[in-house]
Design a protein around this ligand. Structure first.
Ligand code: RP5
Length: 166
């Protein structure tokens, strides 16, 4: 997490969200972005939620990545209390495979934006990359790292598929 002041807050509704949200944290670590990680539940720790969201801007956070599953009110509630951009990650739920999480996060009323990502690992990874992209707007070194990461990703994709199972 580094010594410097966190620029990105990663929060999740439950310990059970960690395997998903770890993918966002992995990206932030890869890019050396100062961050913090906490469990903040909209339903089980509402006072913690209010304190976190209301303090986010003053503490210098530039983005909050919020992951939750099921009745996933965490990203929207955080967004209702801070101008800091909130990136919502729908965690795949057992009951409805994350469709519940996705709809809970994406259907915000006009005026309270949450940038909503894909369900599960891809969403968490992309939320990390999106936070990096936001910060790269005014950090040339980070922009260079992000460009290099994207080039490496392109280079890793073979032009011709391996004909498995033939
Ligand atoms: C949400 O409820 C959490 O974000 C989690 O995805 C889901 C289930 O939580 P647990 O019952 O596993 O703690 O608040």
């Amino acid at each position: 997490m580094g010594d410097s002041r966190p620029l990105v807050g990663v929060i999740m509704g439950s310990q059970s969200d960690w395997p998903t949200m770890a993918h966002a944290v992995q990206i932030l670590e890869e890019f050396g972005i100062a961050h913090e990680v906490q469990i903040v539940s909209a339903h089980r720790t509402p006072d913690r939620l209010v304190a976190y969201a209301k303090g986010a801007a003053d503490r210098g956070l530039r983005a909050v990545i919020a992951g939750a599953g099921g009745a996933a009110h965490l990203p929207g509630m955080v967004a209702s209390m801070t101008r800091v951009p909130v990136l919502g990650v729908p965690v795949q739920s057992a009951a409805l495979s994350g469709l519940d999480s996705l709809l809970s996060i994406v259907q915000m009323p006009g005026g309270v934006p949450v940038a909503t990502f894909a369900i599960g690992k891809a969403g968490a990874t992309n939320a990390g990359l999106f936070a990096a992209a936001l910060l790269a707007n005014d950090d040339a070194a980070l922009a260079q790292k992000l460009d290099a990461w994207r080039s490496a990703q392109s280079d890793s994709v073979a032009a011709i598929p391996v004909r498995e199972g033939q």
